[in-house]
Structures are given as C-alpha cells and as structure tokens.
Design a protein around this ligand. Structure first.
Ligand code: ATP
Length: 255
C-alpha cells in the first residue's frame, strides 16, 4: 500500500500563551484536493506550517511520504504558496520569468547560473497556470490574481508532488475566483498534483475539491466532501463556534 503523502499523528501545538492545535490526526493521500476550513484563529495556518516542517509540534508525529518528517530529505516534493506571497512589493522590478525561475533555486542553489532548460521549465509552469503570455512582463504590473498565479507557477517549477496554499484567493477579485479554482482543479486532475489549501471560500471551492477538513483546534470533520452532511448541527456549531447551518449544502445530498 502506498503511504499517505502527509500523515499527521496526534499532533498538538502551543504558542507561548495560546493552544493552537489539540490532538490532530489526519492523512493526505496522493490525488487529494483537500480544503481546510475553519474560523479565524482556528489553527489552519499553524497546521500548514507543521505540514511544511516550518514549526515543530509540541506533541505527536508527522510522516511525509512514509518517512518521519525529521528524516525527510525531499523537501522539494512539497511546494508552498504562503498567504503573504501576493503582498508583493509592487516597486520590485522583477519580470515574471525571473520570479518563476526563483522557484528553481531550491534545485540549483541561489548563486548558480540557471541551466538553459530553465526557460522551458518556467514556460511549462506558466502554461499550467494559464499565464504563458506573461513571461517577459514586470510582476508589479499584474493584478493580484495574476500575481497569485505567478507565485503558484514559482512553486510548480520545482515539480512538487504536493502543493500547499494558504488562502490563495486573497487579492483575487470575486469574478476571477471561480476561474482560479478551476485552474487549481486542473493541476490536481491533469498534472496529478495533490493540493492542500486553507480557504474561506466555502461556496466556490466545494465544487472542485475532493476532501474537506473542518478545523477549530481539533478536527471536527475530515473526509470526502460528499460526507460532510453527516456532521450534525451540534458538531457543526461546536466546530464553528456559532450557527453555520447555511453550509448544509456542501456534500451533495443537501444541495
Ligand atoms: N506567532 C504566533 N505567536 C503567538 N500566537 C500565535 C502566533 N500565530 C498564531 N497564533 C495564535 O494561534 C492561534 C491559531 O492561529 P492560526 O494563524 O493558525 O489560525 P488561522 O485559522 O490560520 O486563522 P486565520 O483564518 O485568521 O488566518 C490563534 O489564536 C492565533 O492568535
């Protein structure tokens, strides 16, 4: 049997004063498109940072591709687009090609000359996010949504098997959010990239994802999105901290 790509086992995490995660267990399998949902301060970003090895849990264990995270060497298999990527310094005079090629630095080292093949790899990554016509443009001239696609291309150019995104549609206007999620769904379906994202776009994202995790310090639900309706109103309210009956429609049978 293939090991889960991410296997989180009984993890807890506290910041100095605040308990952020309490006994979380969950697995991300190859091919999943998982949305992590939860109210502000529920520990979503903290959980992503633990998956990425940026912070260490105070209790519990994480395995990546079947290997204890402490011994995991293939960090380039896990791409990350942070919440702050798109608060890009608009005065910074970099071209789209330069920014995306920056994603190859993990492989080539920061000060090594990029190989000739880099141009082709950048072109392919841009094509995957529908930005192939923007190669020579200055990133500062692009819209928030376009910049976000460039940062996804920057992660993709390193050929990750899993892509982790923290609120990727911040800065993407309402009209373009659907197209943005369609692009992510095509990365998942056509390029076989496993996706984990944190989002507040419950209504838009649920058509595209395969799995949902409802987090508020603990996991209140994790499974196929179609099963989400099996959560009782009590569980749902415990998860969100207030009545959220309107999201009943997630999961098909309540549509
Ligand atoms: N660096 C930090 N130092 C201390 N406490 C922190 C730190 N980062 C987060 N916290 C606290 O930990 C808890 C979880 O925060 P986290 O950022 O993981 O939540 P979140 O679900 O991502 O929130 P949001 O939806 O608002 O982005 C919150 O109570 C937050 O105040």
């Amino acid at each position: 049997m293939v090991a889960p790509l991410i296997d989180i086992k009984d993890i807890s995490f506290e910041y100095e004063q605040t308990k952020a995660l309490d006994n979380i267990s969950m697995k991300v399998e190859e091919g999943d498109f998982l949305a992590i949902l939860g109210p502000n301060g529920s520990g979503k970003s903290t959980l992503l940072k633990i998956m990425l090895g940026l912070i260490k849990p105070s209790k519990g264990k994480i395995e990546l591709f079947g290997v204890d995270a402490k011994n995991f060497k293939n960090r380039e298999w896990i791409g990350y687009v942070s919440q702050k990527s798109n608060s890009f310094n608009s005065g910074f005079p970099a071209t789209v090609e330069e920014v995306v090629a920056g994603g190859l630095a993990k492989k080539t080292g920061l000060f090594h000359r990029l190989p000739k093949s880099a141009h082709q790899e950048v072109a392919e990554a841009l094509e995957a996010v529908g930005m192939q016509d923007f190669m020579g443009r200055s990133v500062s001239e692009l819209s928030g949504g376009q910049q976000q696609r460039i940062f996804i291309a920057r992660a993709l150019v390193a050929k990750p098997k899993v892509l982790i995104l923290d609120e990727p549609t911040v800065g993407v206007d309402h009209q373009n959010v659907q197209a943005f999620y369609d692009m992510l769904a095509s990365l998942n379906r056509d390029k076989n990239i496993t996706l984990v994202l944190v989002t507040h776009d419950v209504d838009t994202v649920t058509d595209r994802i395969t799995h949902v995790a409802c987090l508020n310090q603990t996991i209140h639900f994790h499974g196929f999105k179609e099963q989400l309706h099996t959560m009782s109103d009590e569980q749902r309210e415990a998860w969100y901290g207030h009545s959220v009956r309107k999201i009943h429609h997630i999961g098909g049978s309540h549509a």
